[in-house]
Design a protein around this ligand. Structure first.
Ligand code: RFL
Ligand code: PHB
Length: 390
């Protein structure tokens, strides 16, 4: 088999790239390790920046998003029971975010891909990347016990943090930067109305909590937990009791409890691999970088990478120019590092760090007080949360 762009991974990065290329008549094949149903069953992000919404419009997959997505003009930060609203719209000259689950984005992209008739190979085993440092890259894999090869012009490594693409690079080809946080997030999804109309990020002496949602009838909640915690030890009742203890009183009172649809623990990590290109292999999304979920940036960064990468590939085929591909890594990384900083900062502000001294705890409180009383402090938070320009 031969294609122009072989894409490894059918997460949001791979599917969005495939859709944008297909719309320009650029042939592409996606190779995914899991089944389509498995990919759709992963519960992950929920907040889309305006730039990502615009990209989904360009990709012609924004119909359901505009019908079902919830536009949010603001969100709250809470500290020891005190609450401060960040007026996103007012502080950024009219920008907002849209609450729409990653699962739904993935669903819409998969449906569009099926309608276009582009090829996705699901349940591909032993995916391996070859010769991407030369002119004729190739991907091999095993499907239903049979070995296959795809020849291509370029490979897009969109296969997430644990994927094969980054690991295929020769030793020393990339420099990795990493911070692992000493806690995780226990998340719970339930079909109950959200406690508040907007998201609430809360810091308390018992640790961090977040009230989010997928719709006006489906809530997503998180509590910070130690890395030793096991999901099995958290009944729904225990989860909701702990959540309420960490929230300001009025929000805690408004929490409706209900049976969980999903409950899982995710570790928190900051990670960047530089550069994001090696020969004819380009890394995008979680394959190249991870942010802790506190700033809601992971999915949005995947989209901005794909913005730069799709432009580069389109320019290559349409204009016979490699300027966009040559600039890809630097352009993407400039935006990534700013989102890394914001996500690290929000994580540092709002979580209970076991090693923090009383001095550092006072610094967290002073930082919150500054944001809550300074329009300039709040504006910086708002500007980053709605997403920096592409
Ligand atoms: P994905 O979504 O991980 O997709 C990668 C795809 O590649 C496949 N794959 C392979 N395919 C072929 N061969 C191989 N060897 C392969 N290895 C892996 C995988 O099966 C998968 O389908 O990466 P992508 O597309 O870059 O998208 C990035 C986003 O998914 C990610 O940034 C966010 O979901 C991060 N994230 C969150 N971000 C937020 O903004 N807010 C959140 O609340 C939030 N929660 C989360 C998250 C990520 C989580 N992970 C990664 C464990 C919660 C979790 C649990
Ligand atoms: C979510 O709804 O899953 C969510 C929202 C905001 C975040 C992280 C996760 O910062």
């Amino acid at each position: 088999m031969r294609t122009q762009v072989a894409i490894v991974g059918a997460g949001p990065s791979g599917l969005l790239l495939g859709q944008l290329l297909s719309l320009q008549g650029i042939d592409n094949v996606i190779i995914e390790r899991k089944s389509g149903d498995y990919v759709l069953s992963r519960i992950r992000a929920g907040v889309l920046e305006q730039g990502m919404v615009a990209m989904l419009e360009d990709a012609r997959v924004a119909q359901r998003l505009h019908r079902d997505g919830l536009v949010h003009d603001g969100f709250s930060l809470a500290f020891d029971g005190r609450r401060h609203r960040i007026d996103l719209k007012g502080l950024t000259g009219g920008k907002t975010v849209t609450v729409y689950g990653q699962t739904e984005v993935t669903h819409d992209l998969m449906a569009a891909r099926a309608a276009i008739g582009a090829t996705t190979i699901y349940e591909a085993d032993d995916v391996a990347l070859h010769d991407f440092d030369g002119q004729s890259p190739r991907i091999t894999f095993v499907k239903d016990g049979v070995s296959h090869a795809i020849e291509c012009d370029f490979i897009a490594g969109c296969d997430g943090f644990h994927g094969v693409s980054r690991r295929s690079l020769p030793d020393g080809a990339v420099r990795e930067f990493e911070r692992i946080y000493p806690f995780g997030w226990l998340g719970l999804l339930a079909d109950v109305p959200p406690a508040a109309h907007e998201l609430v990020y809360a810091s308390s002496d018992r640790g961090f909590a977040l009230c989010s949602m997928r719709s006006m009838t489906r809530s997503r909640y998180y509590v910070q937990v130690s890395l030793e915690e096991k999901v099995e030890d958290w009944s729904d009742q225990r989860f909701f009791d702990e959540l309420r203890r960490r929230l300001p009183a009025d929000v805690a009172e408004a929490v409706t409890t209900g049976a969980s649809i999903e409950k899982s623990i995710a570790p928190l990590r900051s990670f960047v691999a530089e550069p994001m290109r090696f020969g004819r292999l380009f890394l995008a999304g979680d394959a190249a970088h991870i942010v802790p979920p506190t700033g809601a940036k992971g999915l949005n960064l995947a989209a901005s990478d794909i913005h730069y990468l799709s432009q580069g590939l389109i320019e290559h085929y349409r204009d016979k120019s490699d300027a966009g591909l040559d600039a890809y890594s630097n352009r993407a990384l400039a935006r990534i590092w700013k989102a890394e900083r914001f996500s690290w900062w929000m994580t540092s502000l709002l979580h209970h760090f076991p090693a923090n001294t009383p001095f550092e705890q006072r610094m967290q409180r002073a930082e919150f007080d500054y944001i809550a009383t300074s329009p300039i402090g709040s504006t910086g938070v708002a500007e980053n949360y709605v997403g920096l320009p592409y």
